[in-house]
Design a protein around this ligand. Structure first.
Ligand code: ZN
Length: 219
């Protein structure tokens, strides 16, 4: 009997130790998830340009903030670039195509739980603002992820915008086999989006909306 009580005691101690030692799904809901963030453009490719503002710089800044938010929730995060460079082969005649090919390879080879490509929208009508999600039909989970993200972005931006299917002309996204989407998280042509996205707190709040959408999707 004494031995039995002792074993029960040991077992309880072991359970408590494990509970404190290992993250629970409540405290780190993205624990064990590998997410790849793909800030678009870089180096000689500025992306969309508005006056002296380059999309490539916004993409990197936003991806860096989103990475930190996802890591706080337990995720492991890889970025396709972490500085002002792209992934092209400079000697190649088709620089842009090799940049796309290397991003595709990096994402497919690492086989993440999910990838997010981050870009900014650009329109001649400068009143358009806020986020929009684009998905490729190459993976049947992509539309579900796009819908979840768009719903939450619409609440954040107070918009009623539809998520959209990526056309066949978008070379890169139709070649990424793992699940994920493209988020245009703002308009570079809109004054408020440009100003807001320069604020760390705003970027964090927007990152929290995106992170929560991923938690909702995974659970
Ligand atoms: Zn772009």
């Amino acid at each position: 009997m004494k031995k039995y009580i002792f074993l029960c005691f040991l077992f309880t101690v072991l359970l408590l130790t494990l509970a404190f030692k290992f993250p629970t799904s409540n405290t780190f809901p993205l624990f064990g998830r590998l997410i790849i963030l793909d800030p678009g453009h870089g180096s000689l490719d500025p992306g969309s340009v508005y006056k002296d503002v380059y999309e490539k710089d916004y993409n990197l800044e936003f991806a860096t903030t989103l990475k930190a938010e996802l890591e706080k929730l337990g995720a492991t995060v890889l970025m396709t670039r972490s500085g002002d460079y792209d992934l092209s082969n400079p000697s190649s005649a088709s620089r842009k195509r090799t940049d796309f090919n290397n991003r595709i390879k990096l994402i497919n080879d690492n086989n993440p739980d999910l990838y997010l490509s981050l870009h900014m929208n650009s329109l001649s009508n400068t009143t358009y603002y806020g986020g929009q999600v684009f998905y490729s039909k190459v993976n049947d989970q992509n539309e579900i992820i796009a819908e979840e993200l768009q719903n939450n972005l619409n609440k954040f931006f107070k918009l009623d915008r539809d998520y959209k299917k990526i056309g066949n002309d978008k070379y890169m996204f139709n070649k990424i086999k793992v699940r994920g989407v493209l988020i245009e998280y703002g308009f570079i042509t809109n004054y408020k989006d440009r100003k807001n996205l320069k604020e760390q707190t705003y970027r964090e709040n927007l990152s929290k909306i995106i992170s929560q959408s991923l938690i909702n999707y995974f659970t």
